[in-house]
Ligand binder design. Sequence first.
Ligand code: ADP
Ligand code: MG
Length: 699
Amino acid sequence: MNNVTEMFGCMVFDDRVMKANLPTDIYRSLKKTIDEGSRLDTKVADAVATAMKDWAIANGATHFTHWFQPLTGVTAEKHDSFITPAPDGRVIMDFSGKELIKGEPDASSFPSGGLRATFEARGYTAWDPTSFAFIKDKTLCIPTAFCSYGGEALDKKTPLLRSMEAINKQAMRILSLFGNADGVKCVRTSVGPEQEYFLVDKDMFEQRKDLKFTGRTLFGAKPPKGQELDDHYFGVIKPKVAEYMADLNEELWKLGILAKTEHNEVAPAQHELAPIYTTTNIATDHNQITMEIMQKVAAKHGLVCLLHEKPFAGVNGSGKHNNWSIATDTGVNLLTPGETPYENAQFLLFLCAVIKAVDDYQDLLRLSVATAGNDHRLGANEAPPAVVSMFLGDELTAVLDAIEKDAPYEGAEKTVMKLGVHVLPKFTRDTTDRNRTSPFAFTGNKFEFRMLGSSNSIACANIMLNAAVAESLKIYADRLEGADDFETALHEMIKKTIKDHKRIIFNGNGYDDAWIKEATEVRGLQNLRTTPDCMPELLNEKNVAMLTSHKVFSEAELKSRCDIMLENYCKTVIIEANTMVDMAEKEIIPAVEEYTAFLAESCSKKLMAVPELSLAYEKKQISKLSQLVDEMDASSEKLKIAIGEYSEFESIIPASRYIKDSILPKMETLRAAADEAETLTSEKYWPFPTYDKLLFGVK
Ligand code: ADP
Ligand code: MG
């Protein structure tokens, strides 16, 4: 298939396929379920299941799976074939409505943070009809939510769908107040996630235990050339990479994923793919599939796709930009500055809702992107700092400033900015300023949340964002619905939001140290540097109250998530620490020993030839390398002891702090000695491919 339009979505049971393959009445009921969330009766489910199965088989599928997103952060699937025994001893291909709607995977091996005791191992998966089924590896994949029998969410999709419902409900109230709800069935958030990644040669990857076990290099001296020339960003794409990208696009298009933009990123071997935005839960499913397909396609090309946030020290790591907006099902983007003053009042209210949300729930946004991997990026002068702030651009900031002070707006039209119907001037949207250092930037008609790590599921960030904005909107709607004078109440509320929350707005350079000082010391913003610093905030009273009141999470679910995230952090670092010890003791130290032995041997040979030689070079190298071997050995011993001490912690919060304060620094010390040894050791002796080969090895 060469034609892109023909290829696009050919592996998806999408609207077009449904329409073509379902009886009209069945199609209509299914559509009602998709658009309005109405219940699906069994007759309809059976008919849909049969049509899905026939379509899947016609497209080469033999199995089906309920595809879900447990808290491991990756997707899970258990394949069942369609076969059912027939009376004649043969088989028929069968798939019922019941099997479509609900599955019962053994849930005991997925993290539940204590929500589901192992003896109550059953969990169930429930079909999310709003995200289309698709075929992957000859398997019909049905997007599902994953819950315990008590109804607690064990996955990322369930709370995401709940958060979308929460913001829908509150945004509809606001639209009604402005008289803009007519004909609008619902309000949805949309996301376009830009995905960064690295490509390395597969043979080289296989030679490095650190990459294989942890996804990042735990050792590696800086190569002579890194990213200092800025010659990779948007540079010409190398042939092998271009072939990879072409193949990747095709695979994604077949799955109905709107892969749109691709380019080289800042670091050597780093690239980016951006899809066209779509409804948040679908964008989330698509991003999970994208990450999986990126890795699969790489393998076919003799490459490995690294999605780790910091695969290489010394060059940029990889992130994900979550472009987010709110729109009605009729296609009105509520974050677009309007044509008329009145529309602008509604726009400003939504804008203020986001400002208030980001300020009130900085901690939730920060922790929604927290992982051991992302801790290496945030605040490292390559990604936004761990301090959350917002960029609005000069013009919008000036508009807000004028409103706050009831002062004349110094823009094109100089009028007092009152949010009454008459006097607010039209202002042009500010898309010229491309501030790249802000964690949360307004980019004309959407916000770009830039703190996500490349391997993060985007579900977590969007759950928090949707819920926090729903909370602002609820407070506004409560106030406005009870107001005697709508315009005055609106004006005052917007003013108050600006006054109370302007501290979160920062248009300057987010990478500047002076900003961190100002943010924390003058403005009182939170600087939650690492995962152990921020994750416990999930359980603070204000956050629990907000998230439970909008029914996004129950308190038990929050406790379990906090535990799971911290456990994941600890396990990740412990695996890294163990890998370092292994590599240092079994590979690096023996290699350096071999090289020093070679130097020593050549000393004696040289002496035999010319007895009066000083052998200054050899002596210097041997001494230095021997000293580094001693340092590596000592650091490795200390690290092993620390790993042993970690296993004695019983409670996860102190355990995670121990990891941060004791294990990570010891890993750095070990690395420093090994990296220095690398610079002094002959390349021939080094036991695995070095940075220069990894970063510049793909042609
Ligand atoms: P950048 O200049 O930040 O690299 P791009 O234009 O490459 O931005 O990508 C921006 C992303 O934002 C794309 O995925 C795009 O589909 C998405 N996007 C555009 N408009 C919206 C919107 N209204 N809501 C959500 N995402 C959007
Ligand atoms: Mg971007």
